[in-house]
Design a protein around this ligand. Structure first.
Ligand code: GAR
Length: 222
C-alpha cells in the first residue's frame, strides 16, 4: 500500500484533551508562548493551541489554558445518555475549533468511533510506558509491578485499540530500586514533556507519513 502523507497547516491548529494536572499541556503552551526563545531557523511557532477540552470538572489542566487566554470546553460522559452520545458531543465540541492535530495529553478516556472517523490519523496520545508494553490506564504501576528495569514514555497516533496505534517516538527511563509509582511517574513525566513538545513541533512543522506493510511506520517530514 502507498504511504499516507499528512502536512498540517502552518501554524497547525491544536486541540489538547486533558483529564488531570495538565503538565504536558503546560509544556506545549510554554513552547509557543509569546516571548519564548525561538529555535534557530524557526522564528514562527509551528502550532497554536486553539482550545483545550476536558472530560471532568475541577482539574487544573483547563485552568492553565484559561490563564493563557485559550478557550476550554468540558464534555463529561455522565452528562450524556449513552457513550455514543458522549462521543458525538466530544467530536462536535472538538470540530468546532477546526483542528489540524489533536493531542490527548493525559486524557483518561477511550476515544469513540465517531471521533476517530472524523480525526483519524491526526490524533496523538502520550503514554507513560514503552508500548506495546504496559498499555492502559496504569502504565507506570504495571511496569513497576512487573519488575521492569527500564520503562519510559511513548508518543503515538491513536487508533481504535487501547494504546495500539503507530508509535511516533519513545524515550527510556530507568526504574530504580527505591521507586514507587509516584516517584517513577514524576521522572517519566519530566522526559515525556520534552518528548511531546518535540514530536508535536515536528509533526506540525515538517508533516509526517505512515508507511510499511501495516502502515505503522511513522516517518517525520514529508
Ligand atoms: C501523563 O504521564 C500521561 O502519559 C498519562 O497521564 C499523565 C498526565 O500528566 N496518560 C495516561 O496514563 C494515558 N493512559 P499531566 O496531566 O501532568 O500532563
Amino acid at each position: 500500500m502507498a504511504a499516507q502523507s499528512f502536512r498540517p497547516a502552518r501554524p497547525a491548529r491544536l486541540v489538547v484533551l486533558v483529564s488531570g494536572s495538565g503538565t504536558n499541556l503546560q509544556a506545549l503552551l510554554d513552547a509557543v508562548a509569546p516571548g519564548r526563545e525561538a529555535r534557530p531557523g524557526d522564528a514562527d511557532p509551528p502550532y497554536e493551541i486553539v482550545a483545550v477540552g476536558a472530560d471532568r470538572r475541577g482539574i487544573t489542566g483547563p485552568e492553565r489554558a484559561e490563564r493563557a487566554g485559550i478557550p476550554t470546553f468540558v464534555c463529561r460522559v455522565q452528562d450524556h445518555a449513552t457513550r455514543e452520545e458522549w462521543d458525538r458531543a466530544l467530536t462536535e465540541a472538538t470540530a468546532a475549533y477546526a483542528p489540524d492535530l489533536i493531542v490527548s495529553a493525559g486524557f483518561m478516556k477511550i476515544l469513540g468511533r465517531r471521533f476517530l472517523e472524523r480525526f483519524g490519523g491526526r490524533v496523538v496520545n502520550t503514554h507513560p510506558a514503552l508500548l506495546p508494553s504496559f498499555p492502559g490506564a496504569h502504565g507506570v504501576r504495571d511496569a513497576l509491578a512487573y519488575g521492569a528495569k527500564v520503562t519510559g514514555c511513548t508518543v503515538h497516533f491513536v487508533d481504535d485499540g487501547v494504546d495500539t496505534g503507530p508509535v511516533i517516538a519513545q524515550r527510556a527511563v530507568e526504574v530504580l530500586d527505591e521507586d514507587d509509582e509516584s516517584a517513577l511517574h514524576e521522572r517519566i513525566k519530566e522526559v515525556e514533556r520534552g518528548l511531546l513538545v518535540e514530536v508535536v513541533g515536528r509533526l506540525a512543522r515538517d508533516g509526517y507519513s505512515l508507511e510499511g506493510p501495516e502502515m505503522r511506520r511513522v516517518r517525520l517530514g514529508s
